[in-house]
Design a protein. Structure first.
Length: 91
């Protein structure tokens, strides 16, 4: 390895150290964990619930969201249920 190669490696190493320090400084000033939206929380609860929940309209029974378990137990696919009504499927 010649002197030019060594100098190039040393220069690159210094550049990487500088960038690493910049990133560490950014992390120290960063806020805590990324906030989770209410929608993400509700969707997680819906899909992790051991029952078979569905989110529907009280007025007309329109189905807005359903759990995978609901689909398995009812025998209907998600596409068949979302937007339909609980009356149409006999619930």
């Amino acid at each position: 390895m010649n002197k030019a190669d060594i100098n190039s490696i040393l220069k690159e190493n210094q550049s990487l150290k500088k960038r690493n320090q910049e990133l560490e400084n950014l992390l120290q000033g960063a806020p805590g964990p990324v906030p989770v939206s209410q929608e993400q929380i509700y969707r997680s609860l819906l899909h992790l619930c051991p029952a078979s929940p569905a989110v529907t309209s009280l007025d007309d029974g329109v189905i807005y969201e359903i759990s995978d378990r609901f689909c398995r137990q009812s025998g209907f696919g998600r596409e068949e249920l979302i937007g339909g009504s609980t009356v149409e499927i006999g619930f």
